[in-house]
Design a protein around this ligand. Structure first.
Ligand SMILES: Cc1cc2nc3c(=O)[nH]c(=O)nc-3n(C[C@H](O)[C@H](O)[C@H](O)COP(=O)(O)OP(=O)(O)OC[C@H]3O[C@@H](n4cnc5c(N)ncnc54)[C@H](O)[C@@H]3O)c2cc1C
Ligand code: SF4
Ligand code: SF4
Ligand code: SF4
Length: 387
């Protein structure tokens, strides 16, 4: 049976909990809200399926992949769709097609007060909640089991998520021997996922600071600032306010799950039919393609099924075929390197709470001002010495 001794070896994909017919495994949160499997030994029959299904390893299934993916820069033909999506709205393009076939879509949406969870959508209005990147580990709950049921009913199914989630789903379905011809797996290029409790506590902090209830969130608002900028925005009724403390901690690599530093999927051998991402390096393909800075999608077509999918949707997008030499952003080459103080951050958070770590490690409070002043003073001093 599965036992998590080294947390960096579990990405939280839920495949083990979903495969166990004795319901001996529950996914339980740690102090940052990252979920890990815990086995009830009284229910466990030692069948070993949970060990077999675990695909967070270099041996994940990618045997249907093309030798090299087909690479495209793509943008939805409707500007409104691009503006409401994170990149070039490839997700909307694909999910529109699945829905038009009477199919169902699974993606990251919200429950309660902006808790990020994977959900099932059968209409475009339900699906619209999945738009945009949510920089938090989404809770998969029992969606693998729901997907198995949808496939047994003969539905077209689209699953979008992180590569570790698609790898987990694909392994679960193969071990269950579920026919998955009508399943389309789409993953994102993934920088890493922060713990759900950091996000929850950040929202509480913002609400306390402003004295208002948040009504809408946008993890990376490009409406005013453009696609390349990164700031989170919150609506309080009609008023929109920008913040950047969460973004700051995200890029400092302080909040990620431990498995993200060992990630096996930061390469071109994707555990999916198609990969979608921001196309960093798009200028080398065509400098006019994203001149308005609204966003452009990178599309990697990884399998023959991915080719069928791209052919079905390509008339909805402007696209340029290119090759892998232009698109190799860092997370297609190696896992994100964690901040040297990541573990201290986690410990401080569990002892003292979010506001304390935001002041100590992010851009709030006197420590940050002191660090900036020290940096500015150092630069000035070096200039004077050089003269
Ligand atoms: C945590 C995270 C890290 C990322 N890191 C990178 C990166 O390093 N480089 C890069 O190029 N792109 C990264 N992306 C992907 C990128 O930001 C866009 O999500 C992607 O390009 C799709 O954009 P779109 O315009 O086609 O669709 P959008 O409408 O933006 O669709 C978003 C899609 O992402 C899925 N999604 C959103 N949040 C989550 C989540 N928390 N967990 C799982 N799935 C989610 C939704 O289900 C939906 O399918 C990241 C996304 C996330 C969520
Ligand atoms: S060994 Fe079998 S019964 Fe025990 S937890 Fe794993 S899957 Fe369940
Ligand atoms: S990676 Fe997935 S299958 Fe493996 S132990 Fe963690 S939750 Fe279970
Ligand atoms: S970086 Fe890797 S392990 Fe972490 S969430 Fe993304 S795909 Fe999963």
């Amino acid at each position: 049976m599965i036992q998590i001794i080294d947390k960096s070896q579990c990405c939280g994909c839920t495949a083990c909990a979903s495969i166990c017919v004795h319901q001996a495994i529950t996914m339980q949160p740690d102090k940052s809200g990252f979920k890990y499997p815990v086995v009830d030994e009284n229910r466990c029959t030692r069948c070993g399926l949970c060990l077999k299904v675990c695909s967070f390893s270099p041996n994940y299934y990618n045997f249907d992949n093309l030798p090299v993916p087909d690479v495209y820069a793509a943008r939805h033909k409707k500007m409104d769709e691009i503006e409401r999506s994170r990149s070039g709205a490839m997700f909307i393009t694909i999910s529109d097609w699945i829905l038009s076939q009477g199919g169902v879509c699974y993606g990251a949406g919200y429950m309660d007060h902006f808790r990020v969870v994977h959900k099932r959508a059968t209409t475009s209005s339900e699906r619209d909640e999945f738009r945009g990147s949510k920089y938090v580990q989404s809770d998969l709950n029992d969606v693998f089991i729901q997907i198995a049921n949808d496939l047994k009913s003969g539905l077209y199914v689209l699953f979008t998520g992180t590569p570790c989630q698609t790898a987990g789903l694909s392994s679960f379905l193969r071990l269950k021997r579920i026919k998955a011809d009508s399943l389309y797996l789409v993953d994102i290029v993934c920088h890493g996922v922060p713990g759900p409790y950091y996000w929850r506590d950040y929202l509480a902090y913002i609400e306390k600071k402003t004295g208002n209830k948040i009504t809408t969130v946008n993890f990376r608002d490009k409406t005013k600032l453009g696609w390349a900028a990164h700031k989170e925005s919150f609506c309080f009724g009609n008023k929109v306010t920008y913040f950047d403390t969460y973004t700051y901690l995200f890029y400092q690599h302080l909040m990620f799950r431990q498995s993200c530093e060992k990630c096996y999927f930061t390469n071109l051998q994707r555990p999916s039919d198609m990969t979608i991402a921001d196309f960093w390096g798009w200028e080398k393909v065509d400098p006019s393609f994203n001149a308005d800075d609204k966003g452009v999608s990178l599309v990697l077509v990884n399998t023959e099924k991915g080719r069928t999918l791209f052919d079905a949707v390509k008339n909805q997008v402007h696209y340029i075929k290119t090759d892998t030499s232009h698109c190799l952003q860092p997370n297609l080459q190696h896992p994100t390197v964690p901040h040297p103080l990541r573990d201290s951050f986690e410990k401080d958070y569990s002892r003292f709470g979010f506001e304390y770590v935001a002041k100590k490690y992010a851009n709030l409070g006197w420590r940050y001002k002191f660090r900036r002043m020290k940096h500015k003073f150092g630069t000035l001093l070096r200039r004077i010495v050089r003269k």
